[in-house]
Ligand binder design. Structure first.
Ligand code: SF4
Ligand code: SF4
Length: 252
């Protein structure tokens, strides 16, 4: 029997679901190998039960908690999909400010007094998560690799080394050796994207979250040597990762 799969979404831009829909070469094979029962961005639900749940989005409202807990109860395997779900993502930047400040910044005086919000969290701070697909948005090959591994009964592969490794394998000139003013977070960010940003003349801004053994102090020193102050360096490190439990090490 094919595994029944549901794709769910909480607070997010839904860009990770869109990445799945954009898998022109693999999508038909994937939907042929599974029994897709719900996929918010693509179809109406056809069944209430599922074996595998992919969950996009962070938890930012109290009302989302029981919904996520129900998904966890029903699914044998739960996969966090994208930065909002895995580490809180950009949604968690609001945690640094009061609800009143956020309301004023976004809506000005037109903001409602009722603002249904709690500090943003990645989903593993609410329920147990079995596997993670990182990135903002996710890398399509990562999604295909995860689905294929689950179908084969294997553990999906998640790198735990920094973006710099993939960057050097591609023989890129390091951002810190270029003569622009870019600041790169590659030394502390989890690989798996083939260092796409530095490879195309930009810099890593940290969307895949921190590696387990991140050396924040050394990177902050490098960033300061390259022209920004320590507070600015920490802000860059927090951009996607305010909701990441390891972010406290950046503040230390
Ligand atoms: S460009 Fe960034 S990711 Fe690449 S080696 Fe340098 S610091 Fe690392
Ligand atoms: S290089 Fe950094 S910001 Fe760019 S996709 Fe990879 S992890 Fe994300």
């Amino acid at each position: 029997m094919k595994p029944r799969v549901g794709i769910f979404s909480f607070s997010s831009c839904e860009g990770c679901q869109l990445q799945i829909l954009n898998m022109e070469n693999e999508l038909l094979d994937i939907v042929g190998a599974i029994d897709l029962v719900t996929f918010r961005e693509a179809m109406d639900p056809v069944a209430r039960d599922y074996d595998v749940a992919f969950v996009e989005g962070s938890i930012t409202r109290e009302s989302e908690i029981p919904m996520l807990e129900e998904i966890r109860r029903k699914a044998d395997v739960l996969v966090a999909l994208g930065a909002c779900a895995t580490i809180g993502g950009v949604n968690a930047m609001k945690n640094k400010f009061s609800p009143e400040e956020n309301l004023q910044e976004v809506y000005g005086d037109a903001g409602s007094e009722y603002y249904d919000t709690i500090p943003t969290r990645g989903i593993d701070e609410v329920v147990d998560v079995d596997y993670y697909i990182h990135g903002c948005p996710i890398d399509r090959t990562d999604f295909a690799q995860t689905v294929t591994s689950l179908l084969l009964g294997k553990r999906p592969y998640t790198p735990n080394f920094p973006v710099c490794v993939e960057c050097r394998l591609k023989e890129n000139v390091c951002v810190y050796d270029r003569d622009d003013d870019e600041i790169c977070l590659g030394p502390v960010i989890r690989a798996g994207c083939s260092a796409v940003c530095p490879s195309f003349g930009s810099a890593c801004i940290g969307c895949r979250g921190y590696v387990d053994q991140a050396n924040f102090d050394s990177l902050i020193k490098v960033m300061v040597e390259h022209g920004i102050d320590e507070e600015e360096a920490k802000k860059k490190l927090r951009m996607f990762n305010t909701g990441n439990a390891k972010a406290q090490e950046v503040e230390a």
